[in-house]
Design a protein around this ligand. Structure first.
Ligand SMILES: *[C@@H]1O[C@H](CO)[C@@H](O)[C@H](O)[C@H]1NC(C)=O
Ligand SMILES: *[C@@H]1O[C@H](CO)[C@@H](O)[C@H](O)[C@H]1NC(C)=O
Ligand SMILES: *[C@@H]1O[C@H](CO)[C@@H](O)[C@H](O)[C@H]1NC(C)=O
Length: 509
């Protein structure tokens, strides 16, 4: 289920926008009468082109006056002129960077002021794209925290003529691919759709998209973590909240087909389902990338984020509905905390590394930049890789099934891990990092046994690592290794030093 897709009270003017059918409009005349018909059609077209250019000029004039108005109110809104669909783009060559992505964020006027807090966490001056709202909003002038840096656009009103069954906003949001494509911005290779509460880790998004040829048709994203959701909607579909990427050639076909699809698939619940159905008509399959996270779970996402799959973290979603990822912090503060290590070593964020302290018989699992779990007993690598189930399914709040295996949280507090959370990160010269983790309460209960209290005596852990090499994710993935270093001295019991490094070729965990 995709909540808060948009405000419920969208208004818009009924607007007729019939696409010209070029295939039937011109034809090779065979009989003399046909020449007359063709001549009439050519004249009609000439008139049309003239009037369209007139409309464009008028729209242009009115939008420039709208921006005069807006600057005095700190409003960032510009009218979208009705245009014919864009011409095929010129080829975009060279390695991909973030400027080749056009973001297409689904928002609603009613909730934008609040939701912009999420977008501003990842929006940079190199990101391109828009948040699409149902109507203009007045933004406060005070922009000291970079809140309103993502430009706002109002969806073309053409969407209002389509039928819908449950969510009217879903129609508008599905159509933002049309809105985005027809702007015809230069050098756009990918259109990346997301919700206003989707957090993108853009360096990793680029890393993942770099694997695919943007000149071909690709539809890339993630599905729901809750099997009940995949059964109800679809497995082979990119869930919108996790964000998904559409290469430019596919976006071109989709923009053309979208209005027909909206007519045919009016009975679907979400915008993402409408897009999936339309992509399927074009014959393009869904490509799953496991770093896109719809986060269709409830409760504490800790177990999931502490055992991320071995792939770059691309997105997070639904954090409004989940327990905060860091204890004693709200969702926004939590994300700000995660941003610190992310900025230092983006490709390593949440990457899991497991090792054992052989002397003390402890099992240790690090989710870099986020948390550390220590178990006072031995757990195999396979067990440590499995997320600890600290959460429930999204819709029915059950213990599963999920699209991955989970380990139940043991009823005995002594079997549960002692948890540590990142509270400091810094560069070590240019090529390495230090991150600190302090013991933090996840309310997993108290264990009085000696083995456990030996662990809880450790209050703080320092983790050192080299930054991930740029080619790390271009190779066959292999988890890195960690080793507990001998701290020595009297602080030995209270502090711990762990080094993350490449595994030796024959090394096992
Ligand atoms: C991305 O690459 C293009 C060339 O394709 C270049 O013009 C642009 O400056 C680059 N942007 C960033 C943010 O590196
Ligand atoms: C973009 O932001 C970076 C810092 O985040 C700054 O160094 C750079 O000058 C900015 N570029 C522009 C064009 O504003
Ligand atoms: C502007 O907003 C920031 C934070 O959002 C706040 O700290 C500051 O007091 C505001 N300034 C004014 C003049 O309202």
């Amino acid at each position: 289920m995709k909540l808060n897709r948009g405000g419920s009270g969208e208004h818009g003017h009924h607007h007729h926008h019939e696409a010209l059918k070029f295939s039937n409009f011109f034809f090779m005349p065979e009989r003399p009468r046909d020449y007359l018909v063709l001549f009439t059609r050519v004249s009609v077209l000439t008139c049309l082109i003239f009037s369209v250019s007139l409309v464009l000029r008028i729209t242009f004039l009115s939008s420039s006056s709208a921006s005069d108005y807006s600057s005095s109110y700190g409003l960032r809104f510009s009218a979208v002129p009705q245009k014919a669909l864009a011409l095929p783009p010129t080829r975009s060559l060279g390695p991909i960077n973030i400027s080749h992505v056009q973001f297409c964020i689904a928002g609603a006027a009613e909730t934008w002021l609040d939701r912009s807090r999420y977008t501003s966490l990842w929006w940079r001056n190199t990101t391109r794209g828009f948040v699409w709202l149902d109507k203009p909003v007045k933004l406060p002038k005070n922009n000291s925290d970079n809140r309103f840096s993502i430009p706002v656009r109002v969806s073309d009103s053409g969407w209002t003529r389509f039928r819908f069954s449950s969510s009217r906003a879903a129609v508008r949001i599905a159509r933002t691919i049309w809105d985005s494509y027809q702007l015809n911005l230069p050098d756009v290779r990918w259109f990346v759709m997301g919700d206003d509460d989707t957090i993108f880790f853009t360096d990793n998004l680029v890393k993942v998209l770099a694997k695919y040829d943007h000149e071909q048709m690709w539809y890339i994203g993630g599905n729901s973590e809750s099997v009940e959701q995949d059964v109800m909607h679809a497995y082979d579909m990119a869930f919108g909240g996790g964000g998904f990427a559409i290469s430019r050639p596919l976006a071109a076909r989709l923009a053309n087909a979208m209005d027909g699809c909206l007519q045919r698939y009016f009975y679907f619940y979400g915008s993402d389902q409408r897009i999936a159905a339309c992509v399927s008509e074009i014959g393009v399959p869904f490509t799953e990338e496991r770093g896109f996270h719809q986060l269709d779970i409830r409760g504490d996402p800790f177990g999931f984020l502490a055992a991320h799959p071995l792939t770059p973290l691309v997105s997070l979603h639904h954090l409004v509905f989940l327990d905060s990822i860091f204890p004693n912090k709200n969702p926004i503060e939590s994300l700000q905390t995660l941003t610190k290590p992310y900025n230092l070593d983006p490709h390593r964020i949440l990457q899991q590394v497991n090792c054992h302290d052989r002397k003390r018989q402890w099992s240790i699992s690090i989710s870099w930049g986020y948390s550390i779990q220590i178990y006072s007993y031995f757990l195999s690598a396979k067990e440590l890789e499995k997320p600890l189930q600290t959460f429930k399914t999204w819709r029915s709040l059950r213990n599963g099934p999920f699209t991955f295996n989970t380990r139940p949280l043991k009823p005995d507090p002594c079997q549960r891990p002692v948890t540590y959370f990142m509270d400091g990160a810094e560069d070590v010269r240019d090529s390495g990092t230090k991150t600190w983790y302090s013991v933090g309460d996840k309310n997993y209960g108290y264990c009085g046994k000696r083995e456990h209290s030996r662990v809880t005596r450790v209050k703080r852990i320092l983790v050192t690592s080299m930054k991930m090499a740029p080619e790390y994710w271009n190779k066959a993935p292999r988890r890195q290794c960690c080793e507990v270093m001998d701290g020595g001295g009297r602080r030995k019991e209270k502090a711990m030093l762990i080094r993350i490094r490449k595994c030796r070729s024959s090394e096992t965990i």
